[in-house]
Write a protein that binds this ligand. Structure first.
Ligand code: GLA
Length: 420
């Protein structure tokens, strides 16, 4: 998605007027997110600690005059049409079956169509009438900042408001996650939709993904510490298979240990089923490493929430670095570019800690830093990153043409809302 300085609301509203020849009836927005710690734990019934950020997807909407739903994505300058939301289905091969006009699973239109189709099943007005929407976002696409969930939740919030149905944020998040599973073909966890729907200003959410209970954790004041996002510019794709593979390996590990989810695993259980424990029917080396990440990451996430509450930012930073090492070595979802960003940032005085955030295989790293150190990172990381990649002994597999790291400071914001 081309990065534009023009606010997404202005771009979405202008696109609406240009394509549908009137003003939108209403607009809604949903934020992207940064996960402070607790990675790949959500689909293992574990703990996560995300914040909603000040990058968001804005959706302008009105009823259509016919049954046809039309969507225009301003950032991509492309449109899609769904003749009838009620009978929109995710076909078995995970293409969206819109008459003969098939939409590829994982395309932006499959996210929008999936959410609208799920909503039409519970909002009678949407089952009989089409809608027109325009979309613009300041969440960079495919950067691990959850552009997909902000799109899903933004579309859901706008369409639910238009149809006059009030859906509790938790249910809205689940409806969106279901759309991502069935229509976009990505077997994601609940974290991204949850924080996009339920984020709170100045707070992180400690989410127990087993019970879906969420506790507020106050962020430190901006005079003490801020969150810095460092985009490696390596595009990641969760639909590419590695994400689903991690999920499958975790399930396989559960079957070996006779448990429902890795939430029930403990260091003792892992030791009992270790590949070298001598007993047959143990975990494979890979299963053991993946499970060890989940068990240790759950413990780190709870410890980080406690450390934030105690104001112990040095401890939060230590846990962030340990999380990154575990994602790199045990879960193997980092990449050389993310490792470089984490290492470069963690050397700067005043940086408490750094780690990759989101699904991995590219995307963003984050740092928790004093305001002075944060300014330093914004100023100096792009050049240091360029030099580091140029000097890498092995040309980095993922590196594409444009690897100018994009570095910015963010803060915890509220979740999805209808805009005034
Ligand atoms: C992606 C998924 C989330 C979560 C993270 C990893 O962002 O959408 O559900 O699994 O990866 O923590």
């Amino acid at each position: 998605m081309p990065f534009s300085d023009q606010p997404p609301l202005d771009r979405a509203a202008a696109a609406f007027r240009a394509h549908f020849a009137r003003d939108p009836r209403l607009s809604a927005a949903a934020p992207g997110r940064v996960n402070l710690i607790g990675e790949h734990t959500d689909y293992n019934d574990g703990f996560v600690l995300p914040i909603a950020i000040d990058r968001r997807t804005v959706v302008c909407i009105d009823w259509s005059r016919t049954a046809t739903t039309r969507v225009h994505a301003a950032d991509l300058n492309t449109s899609a049409e769904f003749p009838d939301l009620k009978s929109l289905r995710a076909a078995p091969d995970l293409t969206l079956d819109i008459d003969n006009n098939r939409v590829r699973a994982g395309s932006w239109a499959s996210y929008v169509g999936g959410v609208l189709s799920n909503l039409a099943a519970i909002a009678p007005a949407l089952a009989s009438r089409g809608v027109e929407l325009s979309i613009a976002s300041s969440v960079p696409l495919g950067s691990g900042l959850s552009s997909s969930a902000s799109l899903e939740v933004g579309v859901a919030a706008a369409a639910a408001a238009l149809a006059g149905v009030s859906i509790p944020p938790r249910d809205l998040a689940i409806l969106c996650r279901d759309a991502e599973h069935r229509f976009a073909g990505v077997p994601c966890g609940i974290m991204d939709q949850f924080i996009a729907a339920m984020g709170q200003p100045d707070h992180a959410l400690l989410i127990d993904c087993r019970t879906q209970a969420a506790e507020l954790v106050a962020m430190p004041g901006a005079d003490r510490a801020v969150v810095v996002v460092m985009d490696s510019r390596v595009k990641h794709s969760l639909a590419s298979g590695q994400y689903a593979q991690r999920r499958d390996t975790c399930r396989a590990a559960c079957r070996v240990m006779g448990i429902e989810s890795l939430r029930e695993a403990t260091p003792e259980l892992l030791a009992r089923f270790a590949p070298d424990a001598g007993s047959s029917g143990g975990l494979s080396t890979i299963e053991h490493a993946r499970a060890r990440h989940i068990v240790s990451e759950n413990a780190r996430t709870l410890a980080a929430a406690a450390a934030f509450r105690a104001g112990d930012l040095a401890e939060v930073g230590r846990l962030m670095l340990a999380s990154h090492a575990s994602l790199r070595d045990d879960y193997q979802v980092s990449c050389p570019e993310l490792d470089a960003l984490v290492e470069l940032a963690s050397r700067v005085p005043g940086v408490f800690g750094a780690r990759m955030t989101g699904g991995g295989f590219g995307g963003c790293a984050i740092a928790l830093a004093t305001p002075d150190a944060a300014a330093h990172l914004v100023r100096d990381i792009p050049a240091a990153y360029r030099v580091r990649l140029a000097l890498a002994a092995n040309p980095v597999a993922n590196s594409g043409a444009n690897l100018d790291a994009r570095v910015f400071i963010t803060s915890a914001q509220g979740g999805a809302a209808v805009l005034a």
